[in-house]
Design a binder for this molecule. Sequence first.
Ligand code: SP5
Ligand code: ZN
Length: 365
Amino acid sequence: MPARVPLQPTTSVAVVYSPAHLRHAPAFETNCGEPVAMLELPRRAEEIRRTLAGDARFGFVDPTPHGEAPIDAVHDPGLRRFLERAWREVIASEPHRRQVVADTYLNVRLRDGMGIDVPEPTNVFGALGYWGSDTATPIADGTYEAAREAVDVALTAADLVAGGAGIAYALCRPPGHHAPRAAFAGYCYFNNAAIAAQHLVDRGSHRVTVLDVDYHHGNGTQQIFYERPDVQYVSLHGDPRRAYPYFAGFAEETGTGRGAGATVNLPLPAGCDDESYHAAMCRACDEIARFAPDVVIVSLGVDTFGNDPIGDFALTRDSFRAQGAMVSDLGRPMVIVQEGGYDIEALGGNVHTWLDGAAAPRNKT
Ligand code: SP5
Ligand code: ZN
């Protein structure tokens, strides 16, 4: 076993961060019909920022604006246009509103045998159910601006790695991995990691892996690259038979067409501990090594932590160091993109530990 030594003073990790995320702050989400305090809070990113800022080995970088083209390369431009105008139209109609979610969604079975190619409703409240997919993902003042900036945070980290950095961390908020080509979902509006992956392909990477270690399956990332032979998607997550997003992430889903075999799902049972998770990570890393990507993008969620209020895994903080080290041992440049993690008190330390494991020099004996 390679021994781990602490991160050396000479090793630095760029952290891309923007305060624009603070503008996205809905007060509550609806959990199975009951309003509950929003778990995906501004304080999440601030706790991560504060913890990393306390360690001189992390250097902060502002995002650079990349415009709309990288988003439109991955998402239906209609989704971006909807998110851009939605809040303005809501308050024009109901000025006292603080946030909004749909009350009617396009369930595909409502249209069995008729196709789902229906027109986008002209009414914003109807359109929310056309582009949205769940009641945990409200839109409020600043949501679009924060989501746009999170994309630039991820793209800037990708640029650093394309320019030769071995590792860069994108402190994205809101997260992204639940957003497929044409929907927002699961606290996510634009798929930061998928947009970064496509950007790296467009900048010359031949093969890119997205490794998703968030507790939840990244249904959005899977959907975006499901037919792609050049972007591998590998995910460890709570089995969708019991866990959000419920309708994707099954082991039998392995990609289609030219992308057949380039999607790898490792659904895991409730209570999954460090040892079981490590075994699944070994499988994931074997699959990645076989794919031989030019770069690995990690969708980093620490909602696998034992005390997380949403996840049902039992991972310890030490397992996050091991995860980072295993990915680092693949020997590929890494772009780490922040996704979930909702135990606010532990969040900064969990992310810091993961990055420390990833950035520590290998001391192979
Ligand atoms: C990025 C990310 O981690 N998104 C997670 C979105 C999870 N949204 C739904 C959470 C609902 C959890 N509990 C449902 C229990 C119902 N009684
Ligand atoms: Zn999650």
